[in-house]
Design a protein around this ligand. Structure first.
Ligand SMILES: Cc1cc2nc3c(=O)[nH]c(=O)nc-3n(C[C@H](O)[C@H](O)[C@H](O)COP(=O)(O)OP(=O)(O)OC[C@H]3O[C@@H](n4cnc5c(N)ncnc54)[C@H](O)[C@@H]3O)c2cc1C
Length: 465
């Protein structure tokens, strides 16, 4: 599935926005590199950019045709930009991705905040409440329900995530409240960390995010132009001191005298005493024997649970809706955006893109019948709420993909249970990505672990105290 973006690229006739990487063979090969980074997603690119920015010589390797991993993006000859599912950044410039860019002396340009975000609840479209006052006023719930919701937010604000990582949101809720009505809106808190099921999501993870959101006063930000903006900037920083090599697969971690000594790929051998593995952890065992790791580490990797989704890009010849903000499902696990309304750079003039994602049921194993039923559920909802969208499509792209390859924030996969960034059994090996112990959720875990790995390496090299 990690390679799905490149398979998609190969099959679609779509042209990469960045298929060319600078040929810096003389820069990387044959000499001792400061670090080799395996994986060019948010995590690997983020870590490499920070190291290159600090003056270290790095090489990033990715087996795909594109940088970006699960957040990759491509443009075609007609002027459409296709994201690998719409991506936004929690807490906008006050969030974790924003912090990484600040460390680079750079920034993410976010779209102006839209004040018309919506919720889908009981088959109706509602204004999305902003902040506690918004929750107090929302007509989605009765007065009693709204008061309970406010009390729940107060309880969240006063709770410590550490006390609740191992318990679910529903346990947290039922410890103090009984309103069935409010229970029905709990998926909204869960989907804020991409695990809408209150009986599955770690209460500690929800508490951590909601507290940070209340403090920041902003929930998400969408980058102008989509994820490509971030990857272009990261690439610029990396190429100041190193290179990115695409369509190159790491095959083996080279060990000498009990520590990392390099990486063998399907093309070359790189000498380095520091390797950052920036892909989901179970893939690690393709390049190094499991015997190098502790039992706990292996058990964690085996127990990693994925989540999958169905994503649609719909193109129409007219705008269908004037909504600029994002749309989230409360009792149906979906998210959507009328992309062109807020960022016309996604489509050629006169064309309008909307992107819709819906979670597939937990434990989805590729069954086409399940995909069909989920597609029907999504399309029935769309037909009810936006009757002019589906009959007027000029183009449709459908993807089945893994959203979370290990950061479904269940108690077992919550922060304290994910492995440390500095590998304790293989000196010179670091882990980055959304399956390791970063902060936040989804892509934020990747960016956060990237900062921690870079800090560690810079500290070891005496470049940071
Ligand atoms: C539809 C969808 C919507 C999402 N929305 C959001 C969102 O709004 N906000 C958010 O924060 N997150 C979102 N996410 C999650 C986010 O995309 C991921 O958390 C993030 O992209 C993970 O980045 P990563 O660098 O950790 O890993 P990846 O993106 O998986 O990158 C790992 C890379 O390693 C490469 N690789 C693996 N093995 C090897 C090898 N042996 N040799 C060379 N290369 C190798 C792979 O090709 C891949 O490119 C979404 C995900 C999806 C699918």
């Amino acid at each position: 599935m990690d390679n799905l973006a490149s398979m998609l690229y190969k099959g679609s006739g779509i042209h990469s926005i960045r298929a060319t990487t600078r040929d810096l063979a003389e820069k990387g090969l044959g000499i001792m590199l400061d670090a080799v980074i395996i994986g060019a997603g948010y995590g690997g690119m983020g870590a490499a950019a920070l190291l290159a920015h600090a003056g270290l010589m790095v090489v990033v390797i990715d087996q795909s045709l594109l940088v970006g991993g699960r957040a990759s993006s491509m443009s075609d000859e007609e002027g459409y930009r296709w994201e690998y599912g719409a991506h936004s950044h929690r807490l906008a410039d006050k969030g974790i991705a924003g912090e990484l860019f600040r460390r680079l002396g750079d920034e993410i340009n976010f779209l102006p905040r839209a004040d018309d975000a919506k919720l889908i609840f009981k088959n109706r479209l509602w204004e999305r409440p902003e902040g506690p006052l918004g929750y107090l006023r929302t007509p989605m719930l009765s007065l009693m329900g709204r008061l309970t919701l406010i009390r729940l937010l107060i309880k969240i604000k006063r709770s410590r995530p550490e006390d609740w990582y191992d318990r679910t949101l529903i346990e947290f809720y039922r410890a103090s409240f009984t309103s069935r009505e409010v229970e029905e809106v709990l998926p909204l808190l869960g989907i804020s960390v991409m695990c809408p099921d209150p009986a599955k999501v770690s209460a500690g993870e929800v508490i951590d995010f909601i507290k940070r959101m209340l403090a920041a006063g902003v929930s998400v930000g969408e980058p102008v132009g989509g994820s490509v903006q971030l990857f272009n900037k990261l690439q610029f920083h990396i190429e100041s001191r190193g290179r990115i090599s695409l369509e190159e697969k790491a095959l083996e971690l080279i060990m000498e005298n009990g520590r990392v000594a390099g990486v063998r790929t399907d093309r070359d051998v790189y000498r380095t005493d520091r390797v950052i593995f920036a892909a989901r952890l179970p893939l690690l065992f393709e390049i190094i024997d499991q015997a190098a790791f502790s039992k706990d580490f292996l058990t964690y990797c085996e127990s990693i649970e994925n989540s999958s989704c169905l994503s649609f890009d719909f193109i129409t010849n007219y705008p269908v809706s004037d909504i600029k903000g994002s749309i989230l499902g409360v009792d149906i696990p979906l998210w959507a955006r009328f992309q062109t309304n807020s960022d016309p750079s996604f489509t050629p003039q006169g064309k309008y893109l909307s992107t819709w994602g819906i979670m597939l049921p937990w434990g989805f194993d590729g069954d086409p019948e399940v995909v069909k039923a989920t597609e029907k559920r999504l399309k029935d909802t769309i037909s009810h709420l936006f009757p002019n969208l589906l009959p007027n499509l000029t183009r449709e792209r459908k993807l089945v993909m893994q959203v979370m390859n290990g950061n479904v924030l269940t108690p077992r996969q919550s922060k304290p249970h994910r492995p440390e960034i500095v590998c304790d059994s293989v000196p010179g090996l670091y882990f980055v990505g959304d399956t390791v112990r970063g902060d936040g959720c989804s892509g934020d875990i990747s960016f956060s672990s990237a900062m921690k790995a870079a800090d560690s390496i810079l500290h070891e090299k005496g470049l940071r105290t």
